[in-house]
Write a new protein. Structure first.
Length: 211
């Protein structure tokens, strides 16, 4: 049987670089001018926007949980911490991590050459980067969400209590669905859209009820 791994390398490496750029590269949007023309506009990278959102919500420049904050801010802090800690584990062991930030580490990785045997690693890292970018977009510009009135199959939690933006404690179903997939608000187990069938089977409902 022919090993096709080597043929996957160029496309896999480019997808990895594209995923890095989606997280730390300049964002691009279109704006409408008064004369009716539409022009591109450039913004800060998603990762930078996440850090600025956290700093603005806390009134500080760090990522601590020092004061009571709405759940969406805590989610942003947790996501930023997850990104920083995970990317640091990707850093080569023979390099000095004191000289790198998440941005510089990813920028360095974007320029590296990889071997055919690195394809599985690259695909796994690309999935992480893609999910982080989608999660940041959702936190900064929340889409419509749906809930599932069933216990989480992982932790058996049906309801969670969280503070809303006004500081009031509200009751919510633990399983919530957004554009990126379904996540338990208690244990943080995540099901991507392609796993909705598995989730539906685990909680004993038809898939269309969870959409």
């Amino acid at each position: 049987m022919t090993d096709t791994t080597e043929h996957d390398l160029p496309g896999t490496r480019q997808a990895f670089r594209d995923a890095i750029h989606a997280l730390i590269g300049r964002t691009r949007t279109l704006i409408d001018r008064d004369n009716g023309a539409t022009e591109p506009a450039w913004g800060d990278p998603l990762y930078t926007q996440l850090r600025e959102y956290i700093a603005g919500a806390q009134g500080t420049g760090n990522g601590s949980h020092a004061r009571s904050m709405p759940p969406v801010v805590l989610d942003a802090v947790d996501l930023c911490d997850q990104i920083d800690r995970t990317v640091k584990t990707w850093w080569p062991e023979d390099s000095d991590p004191r000289h790198g930030t998440t941005h510089t580490r990813l920028s360095w990785m974007e320029q590296q050459q990889f071997r055919p045997q690195d394809v599985p690693w690259l695909k796994a890292r690309t999935a992480d980067l893609t999910w982080w970018a989608a999660r940041i977009r959702e936190l900064l510009d929340p889409p419509r969400r749906w809930t599932i009135p069933a216990p989480c199959p992982q932790c058996d939690t049906s309801t969670v209590y969280r503070q809303d933006s006004a500081g009031e404690t509200v009751r919510q179903p633990a399983l919530q669905i957004g554009a990126y997939g379904c996540e338990c608000q208690k244990c943080r187990t995540y099901w991507p859209p392609e796993s909705f069938g598995i989730l539906a089977a685990a909680i004993g409902i038809e898939r269309e009820e969870a959409s």
